[in-house]
Design a protein around this ligand. Structure first.
Ligand code: THU
Length: 150
């Protein structure tokens, strides 16, 4: 589907998405963790939407960069995505999305691309569904169910 198409995209497209994810880090609001994260989401129509993590004094209300980007995109009318690049300041590890963000990603398909990057712009690419095996997705709600009284 959408992810497969993007896989054939140029190296340049990936490069610019990775760069945008690192730019997105600059707006990170992370006074508590001091752990900056940025995301750049490539929509089906080519639009790139950036997001950063937004922390909160209550800690638990923190929103990750990936979900910020997705919520911005959805509220702007985008529903199909080709890829997302994620950036942090970790020098030796690629930033991998947290469990909540993985669930958020598969909501919009199990076969689009996630680019997990390092500050030197190197990356590891995986499909959304491969990051969350046996996931619960919108189609799960249409599965045949046993009858119940509630
Ligand atoms: N964070 C993200 O924004 N995305 C991730 O994939 C991992 C974690 C943020 C949440 C919090 O603001 C900070 O990183 C430390 O957990």
């Amino acid at each position: 589907m959408t992810g497969a198409k993007f896989e054939q995209g140029t190296r340049e497209q990936v490069k610019s998405l990775v760069k945008a994810s690192h730019e997105a880090k600059n707006n990170s609001y992370s006074p508590y963790s001091k752990f900056r994260v940025g995301a750049a989401l490539l929509c089906q129509d080519g639009t790139v939407i950036k997001g950063c993590n937004v922390e909160n004094a209550s800690y638990g209300l923190t929103i990750c960069a990936e979900r910020t980007a997705l919520v911005k995109a959805i509220s702007d009318g985008h529903k199909q995505f080709k890829a997302i690049a994620i950036a942090s300041d970790m020098s030796s590890s690629m930033i991998a999305p947290c469990g909540a963000c993985r669930q958020f990603l598969v909501e919009f398909g199990v076969d689009w691309d996630v680019y997990m990057t390092k500050p030197d712009h190197s990356y590891k690419n995986m499909k959304t569904g491969d990051l969350l095996p046996l996931c619960f997705v919108p189609d799960s709600l249409d599965e045949e169910r046993i009858s119940h009284s509630a």
